[in-house]
Design a protein around this ligand. Structure first.
Ligand code: IPD
Ligand code: CA
Ligand code: CA
Length: 270
């Protein structure tokens, strides 16, 4: 993909995401059909499917040689690193979408031959569009986000985000280490949309987001956007993430990532 093709694609996706968001806002108070997937807390609605279908149709019409890896089943079956792949979560934070009617996002990452080229996270109800084109920095709407390393930070001045479930006995991580982390940092938050949590790390509203198990569509856009502002994005052991795999994630300001991994997380993984 050359520079001009990339920019055309970037502008098109932004326009399509805004269109999809407008449809969601228009229908936000409509009655919902809610089903569960892997477990009773894993929700899906007709809107999740409709939004993914909206993008699947766009891809098949305008980019027939591109592949789709999506959460809701409209994607291609044979995904590999040699192609251009759209990795889409049509609604990230479905539980928030259903219960709160806010705090959810459309998340799209475009990878070409394994390299993240375009990341878009759209906070639909607040009409905030986070975006990044590889090498051009990241934006919140029209505002370029400053690199994170412009602000110095220590762990005890940090706000970190992770799910409360990691503070209880669980199969992924030693909860006592997570409890110590809560003690050592300035604040802890949990919002329920991985994509928006990555966007918050990129804009400096959170200093880290830690999570034990995410799917490619939760990660794809966030990785590009966080890395474009100089944030560090690894798995829980500090290793690189393979974008087509399920993974844990530690995404953080560069001043605290190493300490989070080395002092707390790495030794606590089960
Ligand atoms: C979920 C959200 C949530 C995270 C879950 C994801 P979904 O995505 O991002 O914050 O903790 O692991 O599955 O199901 O609402 O698209
Ligand atoms: Ca998700
Ligand atoms: Ca989803």
């Amino acid at each position: 993909m050359d520079k001009i093709e990339r920019e055309i694609l970037f502008n098109r996706i932004r326009a399509w995401v805004l269109d999809a968001g407008a449809i969601i806002r228009e229908k936000i108070h409509d009655p919902r059909t809610i089903s569960t997937k892997s477990n009773p807390k894993d929700l899906v609605t007709e809107m999740d499917r409709a939004v993914e279908f909206f993008f699947a149709k766009k891809i098949k019409t305008f980019y027939r040689d591109h592949l789709l890896l999506g959460e809701e089943g409209f994607g291609d079956s044979d995904i590999n690193h040699t192609d251009t792949v759209w990795i889409i979560d049509p609604i990230d934070g479905t539980m928030n979408f259903v219960h709160q009617k806010q705090n959810f996002a459309i998340s799209i990452g475009i990878y070409h031959q394994g390299v993240g080229e375009i990341g878009i996270i759209y906070d639909v109800m607040n009409n905030n569009l986070y975006s990044a084109l590889r090498g051009n920095g990241a934006f919140k709407n029209d505002r370029k986000l400053p690199p994170l390393y412009h602000t110095k930070l220590t762990l005890n001045e940090s706000i970190v985000c992770f799910s409360h479930r990691w503070l209880m006995k669980n199969k992924y991580i030693d909860e006592t280490v997570m409890q110590q982390l809560v003690h050592d940092v300035r604040g802890v938050r949990s919002y329920g949309s991985a994509a928006l949590d990555f966007a918050r790390v990129a804009e400096g509203a959170l200093d880290a987001y830690i999570t034990m198990q995410l799917e490619p569509w939760d990660i794809a856009a966030g990785k590009i956007i966080v890395e474009e502002v100089g944030g560090i994005f690894t798995d829980i052991r500090g290793k690189q993430i393979g974008i087509l795999e399920r993974s844990s994630v530690v995404s953080a300001h560069p001043d605290i990532h190493e300490k989070l991994v080395q002092k707390y997380l790495k030794g606590a993984v089960k």
